[in-house]
Design a protein around this ligand. Structure first.
Ligand code: PGA
Length: 251
């Protein structure tokens, strides 16, 4: 019997939204998720840091969780502009995305930095969503599996287990482009990730999300894959109907 893993549908709002529209979107999602006929998945919103507190208030008491998009590896100190994982926990966050390709590219984050951030997230009692994924050049060179294996080996903290950590496979070339790998390619990479996580992780129980241009029209073909346990959604998470439809595809 394959292990049942509860899907996680996570919205990464990135640097989008002011209070009024962010609260309205979060409230609309929470209202739907409260209904008895909602799909049996975990819902997560990762708003910009400025909206975490009002979004957490808007979804309080609903099945929708709130997360951060990044944090610093240190617990506190002289790091102007940065946010510690404990500060995110203090606002009600339960998850933190670490190692998103936009952070890796825009802020020069390498695997060791990502592992240190993920360790800080765990130390704060939160769940890191550790992102990995190849660039277009790496895919064309046939290096996808090698790149992802290297990122997994370098970016998962020692304390990671299936119970406390989530992995997201996000091919860099699929993010925000409308292009996705074929379902066969996605399944192959997810199975590869499951095969190469350290033994201590309990690969069979690990949730591995797919991210990169997930939308209502392709969600069913991706979410039904045996090693895909939910989605990390950017653009489509900004439209409640679209985000909801992706959750419906996890039924
Ligand atoms: P996208 O972004 O859904 O807009 O492609 C996904 C992500 O970056 O997490």
């Amino acid at each position: 019997m394959p292990q049942r893993r509860r899907p996680l549908v996570a919205g990464n709002w990135k640097m989008n939204g002011l209070r009024a529209d962010g609260i309205a979107r979060a409230t609309a999602l929470a209202d739907r998720a409260r209904r008895g006929d909602a799909p049996a998945c975990d819902w997560l919103i990762c708003p910009p840091a400025t909206l975490i507190a009002p979004v957490a208030a808007a979804v309080a008491g609903s099945p929708v969780a709130v997360g951060g998009q990044d944090c610093h590896a240190a617990a506190s100190g002289a790091h102007t502009g940065d946010i510690a994982a404990a500060m995110l926990a203090d606002l009600g966050c339960r998850y933190v995305i670490v190692g998103h390709s936009e952070r890796r590219a825009d802020h020069g984050e390498d695997d060791a930095t990502v592992a240190a951030k993920a360790a800080a997230v765990l130390a704060a009692g939160l769940t890191p969503i550790v992102c990995v994924g190849e660039t277009e050049g790496e895919r064309e060179a046939g290096r996808t599996h090698a790149v992802v294996a290297r990122q997994i080996a370098g970016s998962l903290p020692e304390a990671a287990t299936a119970a406390n950590t989530v992995v997201a496979y996000e091919p860099v070339w699929a993010i925000g482009t409308g292009r996705t790998p074929t379902p066969d390619d996605v399944q192959a990479v997810h199975a590869h990730i499951r095969a190469c996580v350290p033994a201590a992780v309990d690969a069979g129980g690990l949730r591995i999300l797919y991210g990169g241009s997930v939308k209502p029209s392709n969600a069913a073909s991706l979410m039904r894959l045996p090693d895909v346990d939910g989605a990390l959604v950017g653009g489509a998470s900004l439209v409640v109907d679209d985000f909801w439809a992706i959750g419906e595809a996890c039924r």
